[in-house]
Design a protein around this ligand. Structure first.
Ligand code: PHE
Length: 342
């Protein structure tokens, strides 16, 4: 009996087999228990001899089972260690972090600078009604600006006679929305996406502007000039800038001016405030009285300036990025190169 079980235990290949052996040998109804029961039929002398023998056998089998179980455990662990080893001396694998897009970065910078000058942030929808994008800004239906702006029109549902909504062609409609909501006096900027059907190295069908609007009792062109100069000094991180106000025309401002920044290009880098180049960066002017009226602001009491800056243009200038189209290609190599760490 002893040899039978000792051999069986030695030959067991896994814990389940070992458990079967245990039940058969030393379980409640196992062979050793049966033998124990037979002790009752024996003479006291026989029992004196067989009793301890059986107990010793039981102990021996239990010990063999325990030893084998431990050995099987070790073997299983060895097996796992062989396949699942880990070299803790290997250098760690660096995880790639995402970057902040130059447009987000510049929007953040611009917002901070104007916030320091007392401008809060206003918002409006990217799908805009004909009224907010055009009419309220003194651009009547037959005005050439409508075609010049390469507008994307939304389709209109059957039976809807209203003029179609558009993808806003500029952030100027937010001027109207902000005036309706906040009235005058007011100082807001409105950064956001705008859309025009245009595509080349400096134009993409979606791009970004930041609108500015300041209304008060006597806000003038002089205030506009200082505000923009102050902005450019802070944004381009230079002590002095020179801006050139070129007379221009926008239906929603009178007078209107496009503003150029004095700069030079040396070995591919932009130098602001010096040189003989002029870079157009924005459109601006005094808000047209008709625009104030459209938004419910009394033009006999309030006046002020508005401007619209191209954010992508600013990003290209400040960070020396040559092609606007690459801004929106989602090429990871480009994003790693021009992006900012969080
Ligand atoms: N909305 C004009 C544009 O997109 C810019 C502008 C804004 C001009 C505000 C004057 C005042 O070109």
């Amino acid at each position: 009996l002893r040899q039978k079980y000792i051999d069986a235990i030695a030959g067991a290949g896994d814990e389940a087999t070992l458990e079967d052996i245990r039940v058969a040998a030393v379980g409640k109804k196992g062979e050793v228990a049966l033998k124990m029961r037979e002790l009752g039929k024996m003479t006291p002398e026989e029992r004196q001899v067989q009793g301890p023998k059986l107990n010793a056998l039981k102990d021996e089998i239990n010990a063999a089972l325990a030893a084998k179980k431990a050995a099987l455990g070790d073997a299983a662990l060895d097996e796992r260690l062989k396949t699942e080893w880990l070299d803790v001396t290997l250098p760690g694998r660096a995880r790639r972090q995402g970057t902040i897009h130059p447009v987000s970065q510049v929007t953040e910078e611009v917002t901070t600078i104007f916030a320091d000058m007392g401008f809060s942030v206003a918002e409006g929808p990217q799908i805009e009604s004909d009224w907010y994008n055009f009419d309220a800004l003194n651009i009547p239906p037959d005005h050439p600006t409508r075609t010049e702006m390469d507008t994307f029109y939304m389709s209109t549902p059957e039976g809807d006679d209203r003029p179609p909504h558009v993808l806003r062609t500029h952030t100027s409609p937010v001027q109207i929305r902000a005036m309706e909501k906040l009235g005058a006096p007011i100082r807001v900027i409105a950064p956001g996406r705008v859309y025009r059907a245009d595509y080349d190295q400096t134009h993409t069908p979606m791009f970004h502007q930041v609108e500015g609007l300041a209304l008060g009792r006597d806000i003038s062109m002089a205030n506009l000039k200082w505000t923009l100069e102050e902005f450019c000094r802070a944004f381009f991180e230079v002590d002095e800038v020179e801006l050139r106000f070129r007379a221009s025309h926008f239906p929603f401002t009178e007078p209107s001016a496009e503003v150029d920044l004095r700069c030079s290009w040396e070995d591919g880098k932009l130098h602001v405030g010096e040189g003989d180049d002029w870079m157009e960066i924005l459109g601006s002017g005094m808000v047209h009285p008709k625009v104030l009226s459209s938004a419910g602001v009394d033009p006999s009491k309030w006046q002020g300036f508005a401007f619209g800056i191209g954010i992508d243009r600013l990003a290209m200038l400040k960070y020396g990025i040559p092609d606007l189209r690459a801004f929106f290609d989602s090429d990871l190599r480009w994003l790693r190169h021009y992006g900012f760490s969080a």
